[in-house]
Design a binder for this molecule. Sequence first.
Ligand code: NDP
Length: 461
Amino acid sequence: MSPTTTDRPTLAILGAGGDLTERLLLPGLGTLLATDPDRDVTVIGSGRSGMDDGDWRDLVRNALRAGDRSPEQIDGIVDSTRFVELDVTDAEAFSDFIDGLDGPVVLYFALPPAVTAAACEGLRGRPLRDDVRFALEKPFGDDLASARRMNALLTDLVPEDRVYRVDHFLGEATVLNILGMRFANRIMEPVWTAEHVERIDVVADETLALEGRAGYYDSAGALVDMLQSHLLLVMALATMDAPARLDATELHDLIVTTLRATRVWDGDPLVSSRRGRYTAGRAGGRDVVSYADEDGVDPARGTETFAEVVLEIRNQRWAGVPVFLRSGKALGEDSMRVTVAFRPPRHVPGAFSGSVPPTRLTIGIAPDRVSLDLATNAADDRFTLESTRLSADLGDSELLPYGEVLGRILDGDRLLTVRGDVAEECWRILTPVIEAWEAGGVPLEEYEAGSDGPAVGDRRE
Ligand code: NDP
């Protein structure tokens, strides 16, 4: 069958029966369509089994929100959607499936990474329509070598400008809030250097525990699930040089340049990284069983649910400033943020008593918020300094992060994608840590669910 091209793009979700599709992709799409009633898209779900057209239509209908869209428009999308039973590792069937779609086509690989790799491998050497874009989920590869192999394979199939590596932490709101704060305020850029900054923390703490995701998580762990992709990208946005324009090439070039300069602190993963695993407790208002007792977990793997790595960006702007990346599950509070702690003033007049509270700027991610901790004079004693927080909500986007990501992919806009070289750099930076952990060089600490993580070390806030 020869491919048909229309104005209406097709979003073909591979692995449509999975968690990502139900929990994140379809709700994201729902917000996108609700805020943009003129957007037209045909949604096709596919998977090996377990769903019929009716189940799939129900799933899509439930995800669609009224918003600015009329009931007729919603019916139109639901009526045009269907579920196709397909094993993507059957190269011939997969190739026929792609050819049978109305184009332009976005193939969204919501599949386990090994299945995505096998499906792409099966397409090698087969003719592929030229209006197809590939959207690939994280983790991109499972180590540096496999990420390189995957990039080489993709290059054989489609040009890089039709590959969209998704990292939903790079949702539009996050990217623009960080860049706006940094580059639209004259007071920021002059102090955004090692001369004035003492340390940077990029944090993604969550109260959620495993939530039934052992199949994926137990072989990934916090380091690969969070630091290797999300947090390194947020770090790069927070520390890169100023873009002259806000376009994809400019942004990706600046991100990769920053990542290329980044190394594990002191080159020593043994002292510059920590790992932990939660034990039973209460987090997020729920009783949590110990990670080792969660369904589907193999405790002998020693998978970490908490990871912290200290990095240094060895360039003119940042050399000598420790950058802490940290993420954990089943912790006492939800907090996703970048915090920049400034050095103390060179001189504080002696009349002020007590210590000088640190100046800190925090850019919060989901919820989007900014706060600045300043040293101010206490109301009851003007000679005593205390910390005051100025804060503002930046407002929630109407779109869920996956709505932002999908909108860009459907429009062929690459601003929020992870370029191939960026994905490789993220693996390169953390490879010494992964190797040290695999060799047993860094002990797996325990922390009670609902706590702040493993006992506070001398580097922690
Ligand atoms: P799931 O395991 O829940 O779903 C994967 C889906 O792929 C299942 O429906 C499975 O169906 C299908 N599948 C497996 N093998 C094949 C095959 N050969 N042909 C066709 N379909 C197949 O995984 P998730 O949805 O959680 O994750 C998908 C991807 O998204 C992963 O790369 C993950 O890292 C990424 N991701 C997930 C997030 C999440 O919160 N879930 C967040 C961010 C990224 P069946 O086995 O029934 O055939």
